[in-house]
Design a protein around this ligand. Structure first.
Ligand code: ZN
Length: 179
C-alpha cells in the first residue's frame, strides 16, 4: 500500500501572471508606439497616413483593430510627437479617443476599439510604466525619427550613430577633403 506523505509541500498556487504579462508586453507596446510615431518618415519623404490603403495595411500587419480615418491618426500622432519633443501648445490638438476595459481571467485590461485605440492603449501603458519618458525625437531636421533612449543616464540625443552619426561623419570627411 502506498501512503501519501501529508507533509509534502503543496504545489504553489498558480496565479494569473498579470505582472509578468505586463512586463512582457512593454517591448511590444514600445515597438507599436515607436512604429506609429515613425509612420511619417522625414528622410524618405513618405507618410503611411497619406494613403488610406497603406494605413489599413499598416494596421492589419500588426494585428490591430480596424483602421479609423487617418485625419484623427494624424492629429494624435502630431500631438504625441509635439509632446515628446516638448513643443508644448501643439499637444492640445489631439482629439479624445475611446478605449475600453475588458476582464481577462478577472484582470482588468485596457483594449482599443480600433487600431488607433490599440496604439493609444500601448502609449498609455508606456506613460504609466515610465517608458514614455525615454522616447525621444531625433533633432536632425531631415530625420525627426522617434526612438527609445536606453542609455543609463538618458543622455542620447540622436536617433543613431549608424544613421545621423554617420551622416555627420561623412560631412566632416567631405569638408576635410575638399581642397
Ligand atoms: Zn536621426
Amino acid at each position: 500500500m502506498v501512503f501519501v506523505n501529508s507533509d509534502a509541500v503543496a504545489p504553489e498556487v498558480v496565479r494569473p501572471p498579470a505582472q509578468q504579462a505586463a512586463a512582457l508586453d512593454a517591448d511590444r507596446d514600445l515597438e507599436l508606439v515607436l512604429n506609429f510615431l515613425n509612420t511619417c518618415d522625414v528622410e524618405a519623404g513618405t507618410d503611411v497616413l497619406d494613403d488610406p490603403e497603406h494605413w489599413r495595411r499598416w494596421c492589419a500587419e500588426r494585428g490591430l483593430g480596424a483602421a479609423p480615418e487617418s485625419t484623427a491618426a494624424r492629429e494624435i500622432r502630431y500631438s504625441m510627437r509635439a509632446a515628446i519633443s516638448c513643443s508644448a501648445p501643439a499637444a492640445l490638438v489631439a482629439p479624445a479617443w475611446q478605449v475600453q476595459v475588458e476582464f481577462r481571467a478577472g484582470i482588468p485590461v485596457l483594449t482599443g476599439a480600433d487600431a488607433l485605440g490599440d496604439v493609444l492603449v500601448a502609449a498609455t501603458h508606456l506613460v504609466h510604466t515610465g517608458y514614455w519618458d525615454r522616447i525621444k525625437i531625433c533633432p536632425a531636421e531631415n530625420c525627426l525619427w522617434a526612438f527609445y533612449d536606453r542609455s543609463r543616464n538618458r543622455s542620447r540625443t540622436w536617433c543613431s550613430m549608424r544613421v545621423c552619426g554617420n551622416r555627420e561623419k561623412a560631412r566632416s570627411w567631405r569638408e576635410r577633403h575638399s581642397g
